[in-house]
Design a protein around this ligand. Structure first.
Ligand code: PLP
Length: 381
């Protein structure tokens, strides 16, 4: 997508706006397929559950990792079932067990107690928490000792055995240590700890190493280590990328509403925490690009804080961004916004969630229309 395509989209569909580049979606999937060879891929749909993106991945043979009855309903709506669907989550509801059973999905068991809660004869994996230091934001670290996820390394063989004893189809182990992890050594360490279980578990049919690959991570290196770990167990490798498949394809377009100079220089825009909460929630840094060029713009760029319209001090999209002086109506593009952007957007302040559009072959398709206030209060009347 070129700059003029982004300008066109903002003018045509309004802002704030999520735009996705189909070519980049396809490229990311093909990078994963190349790196992981014949591993089975389950897209973690929490990253972006838009039906149009799901259809695209499903058509390419990808399955889905689901963590709520709503996500399972999306899989069912698209006709995916059986071995193409994983049911995950640390506190599954009766409704989620029932939906998983109806779809014939594979369950990821997060605690010993679940052995007795699963539908009869469930295909299942045991999620292991390797309890390590993970090089990511605390809220994104799921393989750390303090995290609520998984069973301990010590418990894992017993839970696996208990599943088999209870008549379930215990396929193997699952590990997902967190999100947006750039240091491949974290994966090496986690997979290493898992391998130590081989003596107790014996060979397994499946090893699922989750996702969590940061955009700058050494994908080939992670894949090599995941494959080697699966080989230790004689297992088929499954993976669950979310962010890696969709982040780069997505851009959030937002218009400058005005500027203000107090202790800091603020560039006020029409998107904020309700459209993209990652900067506020995880301290995430999204690349910011100014889409304006003015011939008379001679002033040196200064550092701006990009602030949203919500009545919340934390409603900032970025800090200290060098920009030429913005003017009302100018456009900014926030990159790497395809994952956990639209999917985490909210209607706080009765703000309508933005439209989403897909760019493919030079044309645009609206894949989610902008909400209006009545869409939001419809279920209250
Ligand atoms: C179990 C599991 N698998 C896969 C993912 C996807 O992670 P990412 O989007 O970082 O690849 C998550 C994300 O939270 C997860 O919890």
């Amino acid at each position: 997508m070129q700059r003029q395509d982004l300008l066109h989209a903002a003018n045509e569909f309004g802002t704030p706006l999520y735009v996705y580049d189909a070519a980049e979606l396809d490229a990311a999937l093909s990078r994963v397929k190349t790196a992981f060879g014949d591993a089975r891929i389950f897209y973690a749909m929490k990253a972006n559950p838009n039906l149009n993106l799901l259809r695209r991945f499903a058509a390419a043979g990808v399955g889905f990792e689901c963590v709520s009855s709503g996500e399972l309903a999306r899989a069912e709506h698209l006709g995916l079932a059986g071995e193409r669907v994983l049911v995950n989550g640390p506190a599954k509801s009766d409704e989620e067990y029932a939906a998983g059973a109806r779809l014939g999905a594979t369950f990821i068991v997060d605690r010993a107690e679940e052995v007795g809660l699963l539908p009869p004869r469930s295909r299942s994996l045991v999620r292991v928490n390797p309890a390590m230091q993970i090089s990511t934001h605390d809220h994104l670290a799921t393989g750390s000792k303090a995290s609520k996820f998984g069973v301990t390394l010590e418990q894992a063989p017993r839970v696996l055995q208990a599943l088999a004893d209870a008549g379930h189809d215990a396929l193997g182990l699952h590990v997902h240590i967190g999100s947006a992890i750039r240091d491949a050594n974290d994966f090496t360490a986690a997979f290493g700890r898992l391998s130590e279980l081989r003596a107790q578990t014996g060979p397994l049919r499946v090893l699922d190493t989750g996702g969590g690959w940061g955009l700058g991570a050494d994908l080939g290196g992670i894949a090599e280590r995941a494959r080697a770990t699966a080989a230790v167990f004689g297992a088929e490798l499954w993976v669950e990328p979310g962010r890696y498949l969709v982040a780069q394809a997505g851009t959030l377009l937002t218009r400058v509403v005005g500027t203000k100079h107090t202790g800091r220089h603020f560039c006020l825009v029409d998107a904020g925490m309700t459209e993209l909460i990652r900067p506020m929630m995880y301290g995430a840094a999204h690349p910011v690009e100014a889409l304006w060029e003015r011939e008379d713009q001679a002033t040196e760029p200064i550092l701006w804080d990009i602030a949203g319209p919500a009545c919340e001090s934390g409603d900032l999209l970025a800090r200290d961004v060098a920009l030429p002086a913005p003017e009302r109506g100018d456009l900014l593009a926030l990159g790497e916004a395809g994952a956990y952007g639209a999917s985490m957007s909210s209607t706080y302040l009765t703000r309508s969630r933005p439209a989403e559009v897909l760019y493919e072959g030079g044309g645009w398709q609206v894949i989610r229309r902008k909400e209006n206030p009545a869409d939001i209060w419809r279920v209250e009347e």
